[in-house]
Write a protein that binds this ligand. Structure first.
Ligand code: MEV
Length: 380
């Protein structure tokens, strides 16, 4: 399969669907479901409460992506003009250098159990570690399917917050292809009586942490540099500024999340969890920084690296109950959540390259306005 379809952006929506259907094994019925119904009111009513309608968001496809040697069409749901075009354009500039290369640290999530009014924090900490196996066993009884798939609760760590008379128990759970919030929260709530019995102390809150720092994804790409020497310098200086200045870093990272959140939304993932994790990770040193880094190689090409936590799933929640999300996942030909996370990281990096390139050349508004203008043109 080849993600480079010449003039893909010039086709009309039906022609694009035809092109993608030709390349991927997606049936006509599946596409019809997407176009004619998308999400039905009945399906929506099962997803959230007090449903009165559906809020449609355009679904686009980013072309030209090669990730770890495999071409992929990337579905992106977003209301913002230019985002899909920018990702496709940047991916094209990386394609001939091999595209994007990625890695990931796995799929371990962290749940937190707070113990309050602790009288003997260090003694309590020791009791928890003494009973670690029991705690993990009770957690794993909550999801035998996950355990059978090689996942489940794998470790426990205790932080003593003596000045607050509190302890925090971190429970690490390998959630495999699920985002993990449901499984982790179920484990935490059901292990609470065991924790209270072991410690003879009171449990406060118990909830997953969205700072998914054991689910880090990295991606790199070398982008063909079409910028002039002065604009290349401006590109690197724009990055340097973002590393230093949180006001600029927030916007720099927002551009990255334009890509990542669009893929998250298209696949029914929890965009807020991903955003919270990304920004907390960006601030982990105490100084809010960029999620990406930019360097120039010996051929004067621009080399980008992105690193961020991505807690995403391809099973459970809206990824399965929303037919568009199901189709989006199928379109990418992936079978594991880790692959989705890698695709998202690559999309974020491409988006960031496109934004910085635009900022040091024509500016953002011109590009946006060109696309806005399409709304009013006949063949738009
Ligand atoms: C707009 O949605 C995103 C940008 O502001 C990102 C950036 O400034 O790097 C263009």
């Amino acid at each position: 399969m080849n993600s480079r379809i010449p003039n893909f952006y010039k086709l009309n929506p039906q022609q694009r669907v035809d092109e993608i259907t030709r390349s991927l094994k997606i049936t006509k019925e599946e596409w019809e479901k997407l176009h004619e119904k998308g999400l039905t009111l009945e399906e929506a009513d099962k997803m959230i409460e007090n449903v009165i309608g559906i809020m449609p968001v355009p679904l686009g496809v980013a072309a030209n992506f090669k990730i770890d040697g495999k071409d992929v069409f990337i579905p992106m749901a977003t209301e913002e003009p230019s985002v899909v075009a920018a990702a496709s354009h940047a991916a094209k500039l990386a394609y001939d250098q091999g595209g994007f290369y990625t890695s990931s640290t796995g799929s371990v999530m962290r749940g937190q159990i707070q113990i309050i009014h602790v009288k003997k924090p260090y003694y309590t900490m020791a009791k928890i570690y003494e009973n670690k196996d029991l705690i993990l066993q009770v957690c794993n009884q909550q999801d035998e399917t996950l355990v059978a798939l090689g996942g489940g609760a794998i470790d426990v760590k205790v932080d003593v917050l003596s000045e607050l008379n509190m302890l925090i128990i971190h429970v690490f759970v390998d959630t495999k292809d699920a985002m993990g919030a449901n499984v982790v929260n179920t484990m935490l709530e059901n292990v609470t009586p065991t924790i209270e019995a072991i410690t003879e102390e009171e449990v406060g809150i118990r909830i997953i942490s969205n700072l998914a720092d054991r689910r880090i994804v990295r991606a790199t790409a070398t982008f063909h540099n079409y910028l002039s020497e002065i604009n290349t310098q401006k590109f690197i200086q724009a990055y340097e500024l973002a590393k230093f200045d949180p006001y600029r870093a927030a916007t720099h990272n927002k551009g990255i999340m334009n890509g990542i959140s669009a893929v998250a939304l298209a696949t029914g993932n929890d965009t807020r969890a991903i955003e919270a994790g990304a920004h907390a990770f960006a601030a982990r040193s105490g100084h809010y920084k960029t999620l990406s880094h930019w360097e120039i190689d010996k051929n004067n090409n621009i080399v980008g690296t992105i690193e961020l936590p991505l807690a995403v799933g391809i099973i459970g929640g809206a990824t399965m109950s929303n037919p568009v999300a199901k189709l989006s996942i199928k379109m990418m030909r992936i079978s594991h959540a880790e692959q989705l996370a890698k695709i998202m990281a690559a999309t974020g990096l491409a988006q960031n390259f496109a934004a910085l390139s635009a900022l040091v050349t024509e500016g953002i508004q011109k590009g946006h306005m060109k696309l806005h203008a399409r709304k009013f043109s006949k063949d738009g």
